[in-house]
Ligand binder design. Structure first.
Ligand code: ATP
Length: 601
């Protein structure tokens, strides 16, 4: 497949801000894509070479390398490339212009005729070359990388050169989310949006868009209906809704429920393939290297050949054996001396679910069956335990168990529906699981995780820096981000100093197509950075689009006196607090105010 088709599509996508149009352009592209390269086309479109969780090296070659490669390819000096780059502020555009000049000057023919390769760039060649570039390490790799990149640029059309540079820099930002790709795949290969559910289900249980597309493109629309989880490919996690009243929670899950401790640690999806163990985080990153102690004991803690199980890894105090705060796990992110760190900061894995065992897909089995399997398979020890739970239909018992959980160092409980339809809803936040957290009980509202979608220049002491961020909640129904508040307090001087370089890679020229905002910040950014925010209370606001019209006609939900607490690097934009959760929190706040007012003094 010619790479120019991809480059021209990228160019079209860049100018589009409507999701329907984005989908249409993708459908056209997929129609032109042979089934054996569809996976590569999808990865490249997402600015990568393989799924993020694979743990394989990513692209992201430094500017200096690219300037050198471009200067070799277009036969101008490095300082000339740099001069034009300074003028244009965009290396992709710079190399595109230089290629245009060399094409106009007839240089292309001269250079190409000396090139060994077929002069038209193919997607396959670009992919293979970039894979080599990404994987190469060690001495001497620098020069080979530059040569490989220059080799591609020499054979590229100007527009191809522009997107090659952006890909290699790791700065291809097309605004195409997973949801849009799923829409386009359903329309292209099954002829209609009606098939979307099957494509999505397949993606939820095998979070690899490239391979899902390939199965669909080569096996047709029936092929995805029978897809099962695969050990080594993460399953998108099932998520919980939240409520704050035990009786309401029990009603919502159908009366009887499994009530389980909500451990305050890091969610872990564990894949066992005989002696080989991999651990994936909540956002599907490969975090195996952070927990060598868990990896070591797992093969003997699971009595089966292959399995996918889920649990929470929690820091424990070795002297008291008590659970420790979530923050203690941060030490595990250190790369160099992990074997020292594991002694100082020991952890324990509390398993709460099993999704696959020895060829059997358990995601469609009700929770009672899954729990039976889990109990059969797990051999408990000091480092691996089963999560604590009770089964009840009594609100008082639920409340007591909740208090016990808090006392034991947990965040609260997760209440899980027990009926026959209570399957594992991969990739969905639904009412089969409801979290009941301590924070609802206090005067302060719970913290929320919001996504940065824009920023405002600071004034006074903060002149020349970004002083305030425009924050949004996620709306899964429309796959958009809706603004909630502007956050300007809670940042340390260090946070503020680093803000420009933190935002820099995400800055875009226009509002991102998935952002719904009535405010116009000084700069727009791609929704990617998630921050934990707290405030005095939730308020109604005509300025913000979050939950607009859901509580009161024409107004949305906002936060009064919002304060930045910390970055939530482990969360993706789509993992932010949802619009519906904020609406629910607002209603909960109203209820609490009424209850307090009614209490006898
Ligand atoms: P939060 O920030 O409140 O943990 P979240 O968005 O990360 O929320 P939710 O699905 O809303 O995730 O809440 C459930 C989370 O609680 C899981 O992601 C998991 O990490 C954690 N957890 C702890 N114990 C359990 C349990 N017994 N069952 C399910 N999830 C649990």
């Amino acid at each position: 497949m010619d790479f120019i088709i991809l480059a021209q599509t990228f160019d079209k996508l860049e100018g589009i801000t409507s999701r329907i149009q984005l989908t249409n352009v993708l459908v056209e592209l997929f129609k032109k894509t042979p089934s054996d390269v569809i996976d590569k086309v999808i990865y490249l479109m997402q600015g990568r070479l393989w799924p993020e969780w694979s743990g394989l090296p990513e692209l992201g070659v430094g500017e200096k390398f690219l300037v050198k490669a471009a200067s070799i390819a277009v036969r101008v000096s490095e300082s000339e490339v740099e001069r034009l780059y300074k003028q244009l502020g965009d290396l992709g555009k710079t190399v595109e212009q230089l290629r245009q000049r060399s094409v106009a000057g007839g240089l292309t023919h001269f250079i190409r005729s000396t090139s060994k390769h077929d002069v038209r760039l193919s997607v396959e060649r670009v992919y293979e070359t970039l894979s080599k570039v990404a994987s190469m390490v060690g001495e001497g790799s620098r020069d080979i990388k530059i040569k490989l990149i220059a080799g591609l640029l020499v054979d590229s059309e100007p527009i191809e050169a522009k997107y090659l540079i952006r890909l290699i820099e790791g700065r291809l930002r097309l605004g195409v989310g997973d949801a849009t790709i799923l829409d386009a795949l359903a329309i292209c290969y099954a002829g209609s949006q009606n098939y979307r559910g099957f494509v999505e289900r397949a993606y939820n249980i095998r979070a690899d868009l490239g391979s899902i597309a390939k199965i669909l493109a080569s096996g047709g629309s029936e092929s995805l209906k029978v897809i099962k989880p695969k050990v080594g490919v993460p399953i998108r996690p099932m998520l919980a809704e939240r409520l704050s009243d035990p009786k309401e929670i029990l009603d919502k899950v159908g009366g009887k429920a499994l009530v389980e401790f909500k451990y305050d640690g890091e969610r872990a999806q564990i894949h066992k393939d005989n002696g080989n163990v991999q651990i994936f985080s909540r956002r599907l990153e490969n975090i195996t290297h952070q927990y060598p102690d868990i990896v070591e004991v797992l093969p003997s803690s699971l009595k089966c050949s292959e399995a996918i199980v889920e649990g929470e890894i929690v820091a424990v105090d070795p002297s008291t054996n008590e659970l420790r705060a979530f923050q203690e796990l941060m030490h595990r992110k250190r790369k160099h001396d992990i074997h020292e760190v594991i002694k100082e900061f020991p952890v324990r894995l509390y398993l709460f679910d099993i999704l696959y065992v020895d060829g059997e897909d358990l995601t469609t089995a009700p929770i009672a069956i899954r729990k039976e399997y889990l109990q059969k398979v797990v051999v408990q020890g000091d480092a691996v335990r089963l999560a604590d739970f009770i089964i009840t239909n009594d609100a008082g018992q639920l409340e007591n168990f909740f208090l016990k959980a808090i006392e034991s160092g947990c965040e609260g409980v997760v209440v899980k529906a027990l009926h026959d339809q209570a399957i594992y809803q991969a990739g969905a936040r639904g009412w089969l699981w409801i979290k009941y957290k301590r924070d609802y009980k206090s005067e302060m509202i719970d913290t929320v995780d919001l996504v940065v979608v824009g920023a405002f220049h600071g004034k006074g002491r903060r002149g020349g820096k970004y002083g305030t961020l425009l924050m949004a909640a996620y709306d899964p129904d429309t796959d958009t981000f809706k603004t909630v508040c502007k956050v300007g307090s809670g940042f340390t001087d260090e946070d503020l100093e680093g803000m420009s370089s933190l935002l820099q890679p995400y800055i875009i020229q226009h509002r991102h197509p998935r952002v719904d905002s009535e405010l116009e910040p000084d700069i727009w950014v791609v929704p990617a950075l998630v921050a934990e925010v707290i405030g005095a209370e939730l308020t109604l606001s005509p300025l913000h689009t979050c939950g607009k019209g859901k509580v009161k006609e024409g107004v949305g939900i906002s936060i009064r006196f919002p304060r930045f607490l910390r970055w939530r690097g482990e969360k993706r934009a789509e993992d932010a607090t949802t619009v519906d959760e904020l609406v629910e929190m607002y209603k909960g706040q109203l209820r609490r105010i009424v209850e307090t007012a009614q209490e006898p003094t």
